[in-house]
Design a protein around this ligand. Structure first.
Ligand code: GLN
Length: 292
């Protein structure tokens, strides 16, 4: 394919950027398209933002141009940028993603940052349990922040666990991964944990209609959806696990569906815990914490 077939006016950085903006701003907004360009130039060429800003007149190789061409086509099809480049950054960890795992969200990153900044590491039983770990992002970021803690992470999907194991290895941390169904009583969860965390599936089937294509078509449904008639099934299971395995003085933290904050709190209250609701950076109720 020559440059003409690729529709770029030239191999010049400024022409690549302007075609991206022309074709994608209507769909994503120009700010987000700028972020995509930053991410693509970093992933494909290893350029940081400053290099990109100061290299507008530079040309890139034809083979690299081809990668930008396909990225543009993929973005027009709502393929997530994280799938195009193969990773996302989460609390300073590079996390590889694929359609087998939920792409880590900034809301979840905020929760982990909150845990890291508030959690008192004086607990005697300082083991960490992450339920429904997916890509492993939470478990890996916590192990990095608390290197002395033993971290166990559970997921029902063997393919997700494969990705999570790879992510732990890439980030140079040791996490014990356990295949198990949180809804079915997990084998391999033993003893007391100073910190239990989870970002379980919580989107109700009836909420599908309001969701974006990039989520519906590319994130695994298994990681997202719960039945309309039992949307808190994971929280009931987590509360039961916490009752047995949360150490005295330990902390439980779960991401929640913003539409079900009160109902989710009630689940933990029923197990004798005292939950607090926290709002995310968008001002939506996004996580519950409870100290044992
Ligand atoms: N926050 C995610 C979304 O809106 C859902 C995550 C989850 O179900 N745990 O797509």
């Amino acid at each position: 394919m020559n440059t003409r077939n690729l529709r770029f006016r030239s191999n010049r950085v400024r022409d690549i950027a302007s075609l991206f903006h022309e074709e994608l701003d209507g769909m994503y907004g120009s700010g987000e398209v700028g972020v995509f360009l930053d991410m693509l130039f970093e992933a494909f060429l290893g350029w940081d933002k400053v290099r990109l800003l100061t290299s507008r007149e530079q040309t890139i190789d034809q083979s690299d141009l081809l990668r930008f061409h396909w990225a543009l086509e993929d973005l027009k099809q709502s393929r997530p940028i994280q799938h195009i480049i193969g990773y996302t950054d989460f609390c300073g960890c590079r996390i590889a993603v694929s359609p087998d795992v939920l792409i880590p969200r900034p809301e979840t990153e905020e929760i982990v940052q909150w845990i890291i900044s508030t959690f008192n590491i004086q607990h005697s039983a300082f083991n960490i349990l992450d339920l429904c770990t997916g890509s492993g992002c939470i478990a890996i970021a916590l192990k990095k922040a608390f290197p002395a803690a033993d971290v166990t992470a559970v997921d029902v999907s063997p393919k997700a666990l494969e990705m999570a194991r790879q992510n732990a290895q890439n980030n140079g941390v040791e996490v014990r991964f356990v295949e198990g169904d949180v809804l079915g009583g997990v084998d391999g969860v033993n003893g007391q944990y100073g910190l239990i965390v989870s970002n379980p599936p919580y989107v109700m089937e009836k909420e599908r209609a309001q969701m974006q294509r990039n989520v519906l078509d590319y994130d695994p449904a298994l990681a997202l959806f719960v039945p309309d008639d039992d949307p808190l099934r994971f929280y009931n299971a987590i509360a039961t696990i916490a009752k047995e395995h949360l150490a005295d003085g330990g902390l439980l933290v779960v991401e929640i569906n913003e539409a079900l904050a009160a109902e989710t709190c009630a689940v933990f209250k029923a197990q004798g815990l005292n939950p607090n609701v926290h709002e995310d950076f968008r001002g939506k109720p996004r996580w519950i914490s409870a100290q044992a």
